[in-house]
Design a protein. Sequence first.
Length: 301
Amino acid sequence: TLTVAGSINIDHVIRLPQFPRPGETLTGRDYRIVPGGKGANQAVAAARAGAATRFVACVGEDALAGSLVAGFAADGIDTTAIDTVAGVNTGVALIQVNDAGENTIALAAGANAELTPDRLARHAEALHCKQLLLQLEIPLDTNLAAARAAKARGARVVLNPAPARALPDELLALVDLITPNETEAERLTGVAVNDDAGAAAAAGALHAKGIAVVIITLGARGVWLSEQGQGRRVPGFSVQAVDTTAAGDTFNGALVAALQQDRPLAEAVRFAQAAAAISVTRPGAQTSVPYRAEIEALLEQ
Ligand code: ADP
């Protein structure tokens, strides 16, 4: 199986003409409560792309948690390693989107902070997997413990290092495949990724930490794919973008789903870019994640 260990958030999204300034109150429109969280988005993307997926995560005791978990199950995700933690809220993201399409996001980690190494240890069987997919919205120690345990059992460890932050070499040394976007790559390496030369240099710095495969996502420009120090840009699919929320999450979930089926790396990247391209043509996070048949249809065009 493929195991995703990571965050679950309830996204509260409100559209506003512009962001309120400190002390200001503004009336917005189109308020929506939607499922989000990088871990959840990526687990959904992997499952819809056709992989048998297990999700290790925590929710709180609030009213919405049950329907979130039911939603994962409806997508075919194995939810047996999702714990309900008493006394905390499910992770929350308060998202403001302005008329320029920019966003601000305030997070309350809630139950995501309760996915500790001790709690993870209760789901040891989940780390007996072919691939482990991680992001950075749960405690770093938990990611470290998960990577160590899965690696010891022969799994491929895939890290989407988002949101952007610096990381200890100890974690990077356990990673087989890393998928930063431009901002995240710069935060990890100190190398600005403004062009192909920058991408190659940042990828080189990540290879030097012991990571075999580096994929830097470049938005509409596609990805920089680097293996054994040999890098090249792979363009994505040309689509009319309406909302790029969860493009990276869709890319990651679809990528590991394709690798789970032993597709060659270049083919898996193409599959993942097709999935991500579809997601940007639709609004929302999990609502925008495509199914395998849709991805295959775009690939056959
Ligand atoms: P993130 O959302 O994490 O910042 P990116 O913006 O780099 O990630 O997007 C991830 C992937 O999604 C890209 O590598 C690309 O394949 C696809 N993608 C993103 N934006 C577009 C777009 N406007 N058109 C087509 N594909 C896109």
